[in-house]
Design a protein around this ligand. Sequence first.
Ligand code: PLP
Length: 395
Amino acid sequence: MTLTCGRDILALPGPTTLPDEVLNASHRQPVDIYDGPLLETTDSCLEDLRRVFRTKGKTYIYASNGHGGWEAALTNVLNRGDKILVLESGRFALGWGEMADMLGIDVEVLPGDVRRAVDAEALEARLRNDSEGAIKAILVVQVDTASGVYNDIARLRQAIDAAGHGALFMVDVIASLGTMPFEMDDWGVDIAVAGSQKGLMTPPGLALLAAGERAMAAHPSADLRTLYWDWTFRDGEEHYQKYCGTPPEQLLFALRKALDLLFAEGLEAVFTRHRLLAGAVQRAVSVWAEGGAVDHNILKPEERSDSVTSIRLDPSYDPADLRRYCKDVCGIVLGSGIGPLSGKGFRIAHMGHVGAPAVLASLGGVEIAMQALGIPHGRGGVQAAIDWLAEQVPG
Ligand SMILES: *Cc1c(COP(=O)(O)O)cnc(C)c1O
């Protein structure tokens, strides 16, 4: 038997629900790639992405997913054999490091804990030990989508500065851009990598990258450069070069519309909406945790992200059963546990084109599932979420 009807609610940490306006914007026949309005779309998207990344640096749009953006960041500024430091937190920074390893980069991991943010003091201590400056780049994620952790990028920058270290600072904002504040220039970030399909409410298929002055200075001599990702080639005169080939036109129309929607709402309002919805999810999880079978993955509240919440489930229950029930009976599509949390939990995403109705539906679905499957949980998680939202948005 099922209780659902019509569209599912996606509570996945990417790809996320698309606004109808964005879907409609991409519903167009192809246009000339050498001339005409597409050129303006490219220029305005590149310009407006600087507003989103909060940088005066350069921006690039690649026809690729986030993994391509990772490769673009590495190959444009590094050399074979360079040493880099990957700050572990969850799964994604490690994945970026594995990609670097295959490119012939010497990868060192600063070990982390799947339940905590990156330790800024450990970073500072490691960098102080590198007085020769062997480490050429530091890689970190702002939000790790597996663990649900939020890393304080400004604090990590302080640690790098305190150690007086000159490595390039590269940040993966794939699961955070457009959901939480990010200040590329103010926080001294040299390269930031985003993807279209999470906070930016655009279909999967675009990687968006921003590069600051120090990254541009390292670029000319980088020997890992390849034509497809290459900034110099993409900075050429021809529009065709900006995509190293045919532009992903319909995705660009979609991105243009999504950026318009973000600016119309206002970035600050977008961040506030995410913060309040995340607070609602976190309050529900805290109530459920009283039953002893589910718990927050991230231990400290201030280290929990505003875009996705990762929830651990006692090993006597199978998270696949819970997800199946939510999907088949309630029409709620939850994220599975991945990386170190594979088979050990599930994730509720609250990023992008999402509001209180969808978040309360997700929480309600999980509560129905836990009740039906006999998973012990504190009662009233949805009520706690409602209490929080009503308190934060008084009449
Ligand atoms: C989703 C995600 C990626 C991978 O992006 P793809 O588009 O799937 O390649 C990388 N890093 C983070 C933090 C992510 O959330």
